[in-house]
Design a protein around this ligand. Structure first.
Ligand SMILES: Cc1ncc(COP(=O)(O)O)c(C=O)c1O
Length: 512
């Protein structure tokens, strides 16, 4: 029997719960209010962070107020502040403020969306979300699909489905134990194809060398003629190609492959066409960008991550699979204890039959609430703002003597290099300096610029490698970032570059 004011003797009473809750809400509200003034990267020694959490497993319980004290004292200060407007690392959505409330509610009802009966509203909300996402980007909205922990698991779900659908190899039965088989191959652009594809090939035990890297053009998009030649050669060699992956917004330069042409190749050869739009597929929501994605609607599957450019907090990936029955072919399994709750009507379907997870959280709630909150128009405005910021960054880089560009601005990820003007001239006149030494110097210089700006706390960004050269990279994946933030960070990169170059140049035995 529940005690008055609390669900059981083992829970808080309502007053205590409210007090803890109000304190937590204050903490969250203060956090958002002060986010602009925080160092984006933690200002503490790693040893201090390790020491702060170096405690033994508690034998006795602790007062929740003290636990919240520890959160305030250590967890928040020792975080990297992805919600900052000046966070440009990796591809991390900034976190929309309705989502922490949604997550609290999802944890409260604690539905397991693995099955319809344990989660009727949770299942329906997830189904609605995948259909809304499809509709938003111009993919057929009667699609199958599901939410995943992220892009890697979305790609995994799509590629396993592709593999089971397009090859004769019976992986569910004999699995690896069957030995006489061809090499099953999949194809993705060489420079920008995402590493998660290699990880998935590995997880599927296809071997990492199943991933065939197709040459790309100067704009980093896949060379379709080269793809066709590779397919011909591999088939002639006895390999069994089963899937081509097009990028819709690539990891370094936001490149979008010619999706329509890839769809043609796949249709002609009966290959599965997957679009990895983890970063950029949602750009298709914006009418003036839409034509760049022509052909995405023909894909068998699309990966699209709300925890990236829809700014939903972790974790929230999504995969759309045109034919839901094929997901069942890939994932359905039988277990009597699960059958116990199986639905009687077509509406009552169980996500555990359509994806890799059995137990699944209610991650759809934060997406559903945020999609309703902004609406398509609100989201379009935010996406346009990110693209404007990337274009502005490109203009700043082009107009500055000490930067060189490596790409046209596409969506929201932009890479560029710090190269002092005189070294640009030296590179154009190779005999003047040993080229290898200049390149090494510039690689180290670009890395050091990023390290120092990150350590200063002003901004978080990363470097990447573009055609084997260390390059600055900014992923403008925050709904909070403004043109002023871009200018502030760009100025800091320029000043830091000039200062380090001045300090280093003579020691590097390069012309001063
Ligand atoms: C193009 C692309 N695909 C897949 C992924 C993997 O996504 P996740 O990190 O959510 O697993 C990423 C991550 O940045 C990506 O950029």
């Amino acid at each position: 029997m529940a005690t008055h004011g609390k669900p059981s003797d083992n829970d808080f009473d309502s007053d205590q719960f409210r007090e803890l809750g109000y304190r937590t809400i204050d903490l969250i509200a203060d956090y958002y209010e002060g986010i602009d003034d925080r160092s984006v990267y933690v200002q503490a020694n790693p040893e201090d962070i390790v020491a702060a959490f170096d405690e033994s497993l508690p034998e006795e319980g602790t007062d929740p107020e003290l636990i919240l004290d520890a959160v305030e004292e250590f967890v928040i200060p020792y975080a990297t502040h992805n919600p900052s407007a000046r966070y440009f690392g990796f591809v991390m959505g900034s976190g929309t403020p309705l989502a922490p409330l949604a997550d609290a509610i999802a944890a409260t009802v604690n539905m397991n969306t693995g099955g319809w009966h344990p989660a009727p509203s949770g299942t329906e909300i997830e189904r609605r979300c995948t259909q809304w996402l499809a509709e938003a980007v111009g993919y057929p909205s009667d699609t199958g699909g599901l939410l995943t922990s992220g892009g890697t698991m979305a790609n995994f779900t799509a590629l396993l489905t592709a593999f089971r659908e397009r090859t004769d190899f019976e992986t569910t039965g004999p699995g690896l134990q069957e030995t006489d088989r061809p090499r099953y191959t999949l194809y993705v652009a060489d420079h920008e194809g995402h590493s998660s594809v290699v990880r998935v090939a590995d997880m599927l035990n296809l071997g990492r060398n199943a991933v065939q890297r197709v040459p790309s053009h100067d704009d980093f998009t896949i060379d379709v003629a080269a793809l066709e030649q590779m397919l011909d050669a591999d088939q002639a060699n006895g390999d069994e190609p089963f899937c081509v992956i097009g990028q819709a917004g690539s990891i370094n330069v936001s490149a979008i492959d010619p999706l329509d042409a890839l769809a043609d190749v796949c249709a002609e050869r009966d290959l599965w066409f997957h679009v990895d739009g983890a970063c950029g597929a949602v750009g298709a929501m914006v009418p003036e960008f839409k034509s760049r994605y022509d052909g995405m609607e023909r894909a068998n599957s699309v990966t699209l991550d709300p925890h990236k450019w829809l700014f939903i907090p972790y974790e929230c990936g999504a995969v759309l699979i045109r034919n839901q029955d094929l997901l069942a072919k890939a994932f359905a399994m039988d277990a009597s204890y699960l059958r116990g709750s199986i639905g009687e009507t077509p509406e009552e379907f169980d996500y555990y039959e359509f994806g890799p997870q059995m137990s699944r959280g209610f991650r759809a709630l934060k997406l559903w609430m945020t999609l309703k909150h902004y609406g398509l128009e609100g989201y379009r405005a935010l996406l346009r703002k990110s693209v404007d910021c990337a274009e502005h960054l490109d203009t700043l880089a082009r107009n500055h003597d000490d930067f060189v560009t490596v790409q046209e601005p596409n969506l929201f990820i932009y890479s560029f290099r710090y190269v002092p003007g005189d070294l640009q001239a030296a590179l154009a006149d190779p005999p003047a300096v040993p080229l290898a030494r200049v390149h090494q110097y510039l690689d180290e210089l670009n890395q050091r610029i990023v390290d120092e700006v990150v350590q200063s706390g002003l901004a978080f960004l990363t470097t990447t490698s573009i055609h084997d050269r260390r390059t600055l990279r900014m992923s403008i994946c925050s709904h909070r970032t403004t043109i002023e933030d871009i200018e502030t960070v760009f100025d800091s990169l320029a000043e830091t570059g000039a200062r380090i170059d001045e300090e280093w140049r003579e020691k590097a035995s390069l012309p001063v």
